[in-house]
Design a protein. Structure first.
Length: 289
C-alpha cells in the first residue's frame, strides 16, 4: 500500500498488492506535449495580425486595414480577426476565407466608408452581409430597393393562406403531367380571387349589404370549390388579382421555371337564386425545357 504525505511518497514493500510503478501511474502528472505534437496543434497563443491584412477570399485577393475588418464588433469578420481564432493562410501568406469572394469587395467598401452596392447587386450583397453578420449593412440594404419593395410584397403575401404550399403544388402538378405525357410543357388551371362573396352583374349593387347580412345557413349555400388545380384567395388588401398573379409568376421565375398565364374565363358554378361563382380562372403553362 502507498501512503502519500504532502509531496513525499513512501515506497511499498514487495508484499504490497500494488507495486510502486502502478502507484506512480495513478498519480502521474499530465504529459507535456512534445515538439512534434505542438507543431501539429493549433497555436495556443492569440494569433497576431499585421496592420495591413492580405486576404484570399475563395481565390480572390483583397488588401485592407485590420481596423476595417474590426469596424463593427458584433460581426463575423471582427471575431475572425480578433486574435481569438486561428485563420489559415495560403502559400503566399494571405489569410484565407473559404467563401465566394465575388461580392466581398462590396462588403469592404461598406466597412471602409459606408458605400452601398448598386441596385443590381443589392440582393447578392445582402446574402453576404447575412453570412458575415454585418448588422449595419443589413439595415441599410433593407431600406433601399429592391429589398424595401420586397418587404412590402411579403407583407401582402402574409395575408395569403398557404401561398408557398400552393406554389409547390403548381410545380408538382406541372412536373407530373409533363412526365406522364413526355411533354415539354404542362398546363393547369388556377383560380385567383380576392373576394369570397360571389357576384353577378345585376346583383352587384346589393353586394355590400348581402355580404354582412348572410346567416350561417346562407353562407353554406355560397361555399364551394372551383374545379381547378390550385386556388388562391380570398384576401383583404388594396392589392388586386393582377398583383397576386405578378407575385406567383415572379416567384416561379426566380426558381428558374418558365411560366405563361392567361385568363380563360370564370367559374360558372350556380350557387343560389341569381348568384354564380364568377371567380376568374387562369391557365398556367409551365415550360420545362
Amino acid at each position: 500500500m502507498v501512503v502519500v504525505t504532502g509531496q513525499n511518497k513512501v515506497s511499498a514493500t514487495p508484499d504490497d498488492a500494488m507495486s510502486s510503478s502502478d502507484a506512480e501511474d495513478d498519480f502521474q502528472e499530465p504529459a507535456t506535449p512534445t515538439a512534434t505534437q505542438a507543431g501539429q496543434a493549433l497555436p495556443l497563443l492569440p494569433q497576431q495580425f499585421p496592420e495591413v491584412v492580405p486576404l484570399n477570399v475563395g481565390g480572390m485577393f483583397f488588401t485592407t486595414r485590420l481596423s476595417t475588418l474590426r469596424r463593427y464588433e458584433d460581426t463575423m469578420l471582427a471575431a475572425m480577426f480578433s486574435g481569438r481564432h486561428y485563420i489559415p493562410t495560403d502559400a503566399e501568406g494571405r489569410y484565407f476565407i473559404d467563401r465566394d469572394g465575388t461580392y466581398f469587395g462590396d462588403i469592404l467598401n461598406f466597412l471602409r466608408s459606408g458605400d452601398l452596392p448598386p441596385r443590381e447587386r443589392v440582393r447578392s450583397v445582402y446574402k453576404e452581409a447575412q453570412y458575415y453578420s454585418i448588422g449595419p449593412l443589413l439595415d441599410n440594404l433593407e431600406d433601399i430597393q429592391p429589398l424595401k419593395g420586397e418587404k412590402v410584397r411579403q407583407a401582402f403575401l402574409g395575408l395569403m393562406p398557404y401561398y408557398k404550399d400552393h406554389l409547390e403544388r403548381i410545380v408538382e402538378i406541372a412536373k407530373l403531367r409533363a412526365m406522364q405525357r413526355k411533354a415539354r410543357f404542362a398546363k393547369l388551371k388556377v383560380c385567383v380571387f380576392k373576394e369570397e362573396m360571389p357576384i353577378t352583374p345585376y346583383e352587384c349593387p346589393h353586394f355590400n349589404s348581402l355580404r354582412f347580412e348572410r346567416s350561417e345557413s346562407e353562407t353554406k349555400l355560397f361555399e364551394h370549390h372551383c374545379e381547378v388545380d390550385v386556388s388562391f384567395g380570398p384576401w383583404e388588401a388594396v392589392a388586386d388579382v393582377y398583383d397576386l398573379l405578378h407575385c406567383i409568376v415572379s416567384d416561379l421565375s426566380a426558381r428558374g421555371i418558365t411560366v405563361d398565364h392567361q385568363c380563360i374565363g370564370v367559374c360558372d358554378k350556380h350557387l343560389i337564386n341569381h348568384y354564380y361563382c364568377k371567380r376568374p380562372i387562369y391557365e398556367f403553362k409551365i415550360t420545362w425545357w
